[in-house]
Design a protein around this ligand. Sequence first.
Ligand SMILES: [Zn+2]
Length: 383
Amino acid sequence: MPIDRRYATEALTRLVQINSINPLLVPDAPGEAEIAAFIAASLGSVGLETEMFEPEPGRCTVLGRLRGTGGGRTLMLNAHVDTVGVTGMAEPFSGAIRDGKLYGRGSYDMKGSLAACMAAAKAVRDSGTRLRGDLVVAAVADEEYGSLGTRDLLTRIRTDAAIVTEPTALETCLAHKGYLWIRVEVTGRAAHGSKFELGIDANMKMGQFLYGLAKLERELRSRPPHPLVGPPSLHAALLQGGAGLSTYAPSSTVQIERRTIPGETEAQAVAEIQAVVDCLAAADPDFHARVEAFFVRDPFEVAPEAAIVQAVDRASAKVRGRAASHIGDTPWMDAALLQAAGVETVVIGAAGAGAHSDVEWVDVGSVIQLAEILAETVREYCS
Ligand SMILES: [Zn+2]
């Protein structure tokens, strides 16, 4: 199905030129209002019905719909429109193209893929293909922070399947890791720095806990790895303890990030850390600690036999002339939310480099190829 290259490239350039930094990451950043207005106008101009939602004021998600005749499977093409900040970047909003690479914040993560979703919808519409199921393009807010956009969308619309278009260099991504944030607070007893017989030093006790945690960390990485995303891991991300130089530390807190692999549960990951605490408490009556998970993002996995995976693989082979590799990725994505809500989900996106770093670019050729793969997938899946 032919792609309108000019439309795709112009849309991508414009998307990169509009600042859509997430205001929860950078105070006073503009958020998604301006870019959402552009996307809605652009999708409207190529014949899609558009709606705009604001899960919170100024945080906008756009939905473009190509309505089917009824009775077919519905498919969502999902891309987030927010980006991280631009500190340290020489040309964050240029959208300049050199040697087939388009530069700027968000070009790779993931406005390139968003432009491909828009161009794919236009190609389907231009071709006059009569779909039975609806095609929905969802340009969502806030993936880089709390996934407000996709969470809100799931309260409004359910499609049979979704393609999350985070960058994968056009390979088919079937799994990603999850994570949970766990706080462990060790309690001591405050006392004057000269009164060793009264004080219990929570920081010293924390040292013992961290020694046990390091053993657990090594053990996690020696477990049989998931074939696509590797082994689980953890790190002691933030430490805070003590109340003053001449005071025995009354408490010491570590915030741990635990990266989970498909098949692992929150309860299991927390229990492993609780076991480190229990072991220390059994050996030392002065060791007291509390373990609490305070944020959870589940891992994602879809079966290679799933209908949407098969449809993407067939389209990809047709467009690229070779079978796509099945890959996994480590960062968390909105794919996990969609899959958990019962929407069969797969990930495929453009090629490039520099997500969240100083020089970011997307390969324009891969954006066009992605649009072709998405259009081809829609034609098969929704017909
Ligand atoms: Zn992203």
